[in-house]
Design a protein around this ligand. Structure first.
Ligand code: UD1
Length: 433
């Protein structure tokens, strides 16, 4: 694999970025939408699909199963799943993306069996699959596991509706079991479900195509199973990426002269906006855009320290924790970060320390950040998708030049990020190694 890197010239704390930056379709919306194509008897098309490598891998997985895919317009993909002839998810591709597990729900429900290996993805914690397996057992499937490979087979003719309490609030767990319930016999009730907007939005689309899902977007989802769905020509439109929106907003708060973030849904990042405002940043939101200016109003140029606690939606997204840590290096006093979702997701702070940040890790879930500190340009190894983008933000505000390696992680979820950043004034170059 070609390993690209970014060369970034830091702004040394100056507020220079200006113009408009548009948010792309959400990775975490397009992946479950792609998996849901298996529930349809006709062609399923997705617009505003981001051009990211995770979506490419998901399409490769569907093709490997026998689905036919095509590209209508630049950002519109179509999938036809009637010729799927395999129920084994390709190991090599699923090693690259955790969300491949979402395919298991619709495959099991439609074809009666599925095999898959423990999925890969970002190394940010243990990432078990017990919620999926427990759910399938409850729905009347037999689960066999051998050497990290799972085989699930339904015992009766159809998957059976069941009441399932999710032991932890899991986003893909909720999505996968919800999709399985659409083709199950009878009613499936998911308690302690995740409430992410991508789940509600997908459920609404599925309902418009014949599914019967109630309560998506709340902790209790009720699905009445039925037959295959039909789009009848309707197109699923991918929601704007709220994590990208939040990352651009943090970048803007740190280094914008006058920046407009367009094609976004500000209310999806209310928790972040609230914290940034508490810190002293003034942010102007409209229905689909956010405007952020050089914050002349910030008293004596001092940003207040804050407390950040990651939480399931609508709480502060764990996916925004790494960029937020970069922001906190520029606040005055001591800020606290409590990462409650994953146990390996604060390791990126070691690199921020190398850049000059004053961060203390108390345990794998908690750090304090003292600031403000000047960050200095360094060579950094992006450790995962979200932290990779946080390093790009750190490099942009730093004094001096930085190299961010492992850009393939960033490419998993952010479409041509360097081109979009260049358009608002960032000095960033992609180099093939
Ligand atoms: C999704 C998002 C990811 C985000 C994460 C948390 C997608 C494609 N990815 O990942 O960007 O960082 O939500 O918001 O939407 N857990 C179990 N057993 C399971 C499954 C999960 O214990 O079977 C635990 C995990 O270890 C974690 C917590 O549940 O502590 C939440 O993880 P989960 O919501 O499942 O993350 P993903 O859906 O993989």
């Amino acid at each position: 694999m070609l390993k690209d890197k970014f060369l970034i010239k830091g702004l040394a704390g100056k507020k220079k970025l200006k113009g408009k930056i548009a948010v792309a379709g959400a990775k975490n919306a397009v992946l479950p939408a792609l998996a849901s194509s298996i529930l349809f008897k006709d062609k399923f098309c997705i617009s505003n699909a981001p051009e990211i490598s995770d979506a490419k891998y998901m399409i490769e997985l569907l093709e490997n199963l026998g689905a036919e895919t095509s590209k209508k317009l630049k950002k519109t993909l179509c999938i036809e799943t009637k010729n799927i002839n395999r129920s084994e998810i390709n190991v090599d591709i699923s090693n690259k993306l955790r969300a491949s597990i979402i395919l298991t729900g619709p495959l099991l429900a439609r074809f009666g069996e599925v095999s898959f290996s423990h999925p890969g993805g970002c190394i940010i914690g243990k990432r078990p699959v017990n919620i999926f397996l427990d759910g399938y057992r409850k729905m009347g499937a037999k689960v066999t596991e051998k050497n990290g490979k799972y085989h699930i087979k339904i015992k009766a003719e159809k998957l059976e509706g069941a009441k399932i309490f999710l032991k932890k609030v899991s986003v893909t767990g909720t999505e996968t079991l919800m999709l399985a319930g659409v083709l199950a016999k009878g009613k499936t009730i998911l308690e302690n479900s995740a409430m992410e907007p991508e789940i509600k939005h997908l459920a609404e689309f599925l309902n418009s195509c014949g599914a019967k899902i109630k309560g998506a977007g709340t902790p209790i989802i009720e699905i009445t199973g039925g037959g295959l769905l039909s789009t009848k020509g309707k197109v699923y439109k991918t929601l704007p990426d709220r994590i990208e929106t939040g990352s651009f907003l943090i970048l803007g708060a740190l280094s914008a002269d006058n920046l407009e973030i367009t094609n976004c849904i500000p209310e999806h990042i209310d928790s972040l906006i609230e914290l940034l405002r508490q810190s002293g940043i003034s942010i102007n939101t409209q229905k689909n855009k956010i405007h952020i200016k050089r914050n002349a109003k910030v008293k004596n140029n001092v940003l207040n320290s804050i407390e950040v606690r990651t939480h399931e939606y609508p709480g502060f997204a764990t996916d925004l924790q790494a960029p937020m840590c970069v922001f906190l290096t520029q606040t005055t006093g001591e800020s606290k970060v409590h990462e409650t979702i994953f146990e390996g997701r604060l390791n990126h702070t070691n690199d921020l320390i190398k850049m000059g940040a004053d961060i203390t890790m108390w345990n794998p879930h908690q750090v304090t950040v003292k600031g403000p500190t000047v960050l200095r340009g360094k060579e950094l190894e992006g450790p995962d998708l979200r932290a990779g983008l946080a390093y790009v933000i750190a490099a942009i505000i730093a004094k001096g030049d930085s190299v961010v390696n492992n850009v393939h992680y960033i490419d998993r979820g952010y479409e041509k990020i360097e081109e979009r950043l260049r358009d608002i004034g960032v000095d960033i170059k992609r180099v093939n190694q």
